[in-house]
Design a protein around this ligand. Structure first.
Ligand code: GLC
Length: 559
C-alpha cells in the first residue's frame, strides 16, 4: 500500500514537471557571493538566497542559476573547484542547500547549478595526487614534457594572461591551464575522468537540482597530440569546439538519460554558428541551450577586450540578428542575455546609466527578453545596477582585472589610462553586492562586503520602487509576465526589420498572431511612424508626438 502510494506520488510529480519546457523558462542568474548575506560575514550565501525566494517569485522568474557553490580556494571566485561533492563553507552547508531546494520547489522555482568541468582547482585531490607522482591522476590532466625547461609544449596563452602551461620542477613536466595556474585543465579524453564527471552530475540531480550551466564547455575536447609543430601559433581554434566535443556532450547527456526534466545551458567561448546549433538542437541530445558572446564583443579591438572603446551598436544589432536567424533555421536555441558575472553591466555599457537610467534599462530588457530563445536575467539588472566606477586598483577583486592592470603598468601605460580601461571592462562590474535598500551596505550585509559598491547613482530596490511610473523592477515584472504567458514570444518565429541604424526592430509571429518590437538604441529622438495603435508595452507614458521615438524608447505593438 505504502509502496503504491509512493509510486503514484512520483507519477504525479513527474506529470507536473513535464509541463515545463525550456521555452517556458525565465532564468535568473544569482552571483551567490553578492546576492544576500544571511550571517553578516560580508559574503552572500545559500540561506541569503532562501530568504529572497519570495522576491524572485514576485519578479516572476521560474529558474535560478547559482554561480559555483562548491568547495573552492576561490582564486577565481569558485570557478576553481576543489571538491565537487561539498558546499564551500563560505556559502553554507548541504543542509542549507537542501532547504533551499525544498523551499524553491514550493515556489515552483527550479535550481540550476554551475558546473565547472573544463578544469579543477590545483587543490583538488586528483591534482594533489598527480603532483605526488601518481600516473593515474596525471592522466586526469594534461601533464606533458616541454621542449626544454624554459620551453613549454606549445605556445598557447592563458585566457587570464601569461603562458597556458605551468612547469612542475619535481616532475620535469608542464601542465595545461587555459585559465589561471590554479585551474588545471581536465583530460576528457580519459574515460575514467568522464566517469567521475557523470558521477558528479548524477549526485546533484539525485539531490534535487533541476539543471546545470556548464562552464566553458566547448573547450573540453583537447587534441591528443600537443607537439609544438602542430600548434605553431597560439590560436583559440586549437582547443575550441574540438574534434570530440559533440560526442562528449552526447555521452554526458546519456549519463542521466533516465532522469527527466533536467535543463542544461552551455557557456560557449568563441564558438561558431554551426557547432552551436548542433549543441542546442534537441534532436542531438547534447544541451538545451547556450550562450554565445559575439553580440557583446562589440567594444573589443581585434579580439582584445582590454581597450578603451565604445560599443559598436551596428555590430551589436548585426550579431544578435545573425544568431537569431541562423539558430531558428537550424533549430538551435539561444540563451539570451546582456549581462552576467563576467561582463560589465549592460546599462552602463550600452545604455545611459546617468541620464536615462529607467529608459535605457527597460529598452535593453525589452530587446533581449522578447527574442526567440530563453532569457537569462542577471541579478541587479532588474533594478538598474551600474558599473562600479572605482578609483583605485586596490578596489578590484577579480584576478583577470588585476592581471591586466599590472600588465598595463609593466608596459608603461599611465595609471589613469589603465584604470579607465579596467573600470570599463572589469568582470567585477557585475559582481557588486545586490542593493536591496538604503541602509548601510544596501541591506546586503551588516558588515563590510567582500567587494565594495559605491553606487554613484544611488540605485537600490527601495529607491526604484518609490516612483511606480519609473520602476525598473515593475517593468521587468510586466515584461516577464508578458513573455511567460504569450505563446508568440515563447514559440513564435523571429523576423528582423531593420532599416534605421538607431533602431532595433523585430517581429515575433505565431500562426496569425504578430507582435512588433521597436527599440530606440540611442539617447536621441528618432523619427518613426507608429505601425499600429495597439500597444501592449511601452516604457514611456503620455507621449507628445507619434512621429518620433523618445531616447531609449521601447514599444511592443500588436499587429
Ligand atoms: C567562465 C566563467 C568565469 C570563469 C571562467 C573559468 O567563463 O563564467 O567566471 O572565470 O569560465 O572557469
Amino acid at each position: 500500500m505504502k509502496e503504491e502510494k509512493k509510486k503514484k506520488k512520483t507519477k504525479n510529480n513527474f506529470q507536473k514537471e513535464t509541463e515545463i519546457n525550456k521555452k517556458d523558462l525565465i532564468v535568473y542568474e544569482i552571483y551567490v557571493k553578492s546576492f544576500k548575506d544571511s550571517n553578516d560575514d560580508g559574503v552572500g550565501d545559500i540561506n541569503g538566497i532562501s530568504q529572497k525566494l519570495l522576491y524572485l517569485k514576485n519578479l516572476g522568474v521560474n529558474c535560478i542559476w547559482l554561480t559555483p557553490i562548491f568547495k573552492s580556494p576561490q582564486f577565481d571566485n569558485g570557478y576553481d573547484i576543489s571538491n565537487y561533492y561539498q558546499i564551500d563553507p563560505l556559502f553554507g552547508n548541504m543542509e542549507d542547500f537542501l532547504n533551499l531546494i525544498k523551499k524553491a520547489k514550493k515556489y515552483n522555482i527550479l535550481i540550476m547549478l554551475d558546473m565547472v568541468l573544463n578544469h579543477t582547482s590545483t587543490q583538488h585531490n586528483w591534482f594533489k595526487k598527480a603532483i605526488e607522482g601518481k600516473e593515474k591522476y596525471q592522466n586526469y590532466y594534461f601533464f606533458k614534457n616541454g621542449n626544454s625547461k624554459n620551453n613549454p609544449p606549445t605556445k598557447w596563452k592563458s585566457k587570464f594572461g601569461g603562458n597556458a602551461w605551468e612547469y612542475v620542477p619535481k616532475l620535469d613536466k608542464w601542465y595545461l591551464h587555459l585559465f589561471s595556474p590554479q585551474q588545471a585543465d581536465v583530460n576528457w579524453n580519459n574515460k575514467e575522468v568522464r566517469r567521475e564527471i557523470y558521477k558528479i552530475i548524477n549526485f546533484w540531480i539525485d539531490n534535487g537540482v533541476n539543471g546545470f550551466r556548464f562552464d566553458v564547455i566547448n573547450l573540453v575536447s583537447k587534441p591528443d597530440d600537443f607537439s609544438n609543430k602542430k600548434y605553431k601559433k597560439d590560436n583559440y581554434k586549437n582547443y575550441t569546439d574540438g574534434k570530440k566535443i559533440h560526442l562528449f556532450l552526447q555521452k554526458l547527456r546519456n549519463s542521466y538519460y533516465d532522469k527527466k526534466n533536467i535543463f542544461t545551458v552551455g557557456e560557449f567561448s568563441s564558438t561558431n554558428l554551426k557547432d552551436f546549433s548542433k549543441y542546442t538542437n534537441e534532436n542531438n541530445s547534447e544541451l538545451d541551450m547556450g550562450f554565445s558572446f559575439f553580440h557583446l564583443k562589440v567594444d573589443y579591438k581585434n579580439g582584445n577586450k582590454w581597450v578603451d572603446k565604445k560599443p559598436n551598436l551596428k555590430k551589436f544589432k548585426k550579431e544578435i540578428i545573425k544568431w537569431q536567424k541562423y539558430q531558428q533555421k537550424n533549430r538551435g536555441w539561444v540563451a539570451n542575455f546582456l549581462s552576467n558575472h563576467d561582463q560589465p553591466r549592460h546599462i552602463s555599457r550600452f545604455g545611459d546609466d546617468k541620464n536615462y537610467h529607467f529608459e535605457s534599462a527597460t529598452a535593453f530588457a525589452t530587446l533581449y527578453i522578447l527574442l526567440r530563445g530563453t532569457p537569462f536575467i542577471f541579478n541587479g539588472e532588474e533594478i538598474g545596477q551600474t558599473n562600479l566606477y572605482n578609483n583605485d586598483i586596490s578596489e578590484f577583486r577579480d584576478i583577470e582585472s588585476k592581471n591586466s592592470y599590472y600588465k598595463f603598468i609593466n608596459e608603461r601605460k599611465n595609471k589613469e589610462e589603465a584604470l579607465k580601461i579596467i573600470n570599463q571592462k572589469s568582470r567585477d562590474n557585475g559582481r557588486s553586492p545586490f542593493a536591496w535598500n538604503n541602509k548601510k551596505y544596501f541591506g546586503f550585509s551588516k558588515s563590510d562586503p567582500w567587494i565594495l559598491y559605491k553606487n554613484p547613482y544611488k540605485v537600490t530596490l527601495e529607491n526604484d520602487l518609490k516612483n511606480k511610473e519609473k520602476s525598473i523592477f515593475l517593468y521587468y515584472q510586466k515584461i516577464i509576465k508578458l513573455r511567460k504567458e504569450n505563446i508568440v514570444f515563447k514559440d513564435g518565429l523571429f523576423f528582423s526589420h531593420n532599416k534605421k541604424k538607431e533602431l532595433f526592430i523585430y517581429k515575433r509571429i505565431f500562426n496569425n498572431k504578430e507582435y512588433l518590437v521597436v527599440i530606440n538604441l540611442t539617447n536621441k529622438y528618432v523619427k518613426y511612424k507608429r505601425k499600429s495603435t495597439k500597444i501592449i508595452l511601452n516604457n514611456y507614458k503620455n507621449e507628445k508626438s507619434l512621429n518620433y521615438l523618445n531616447p531609449y524608447q521601447a514599444i511592443v505593438f500588436e499587429i
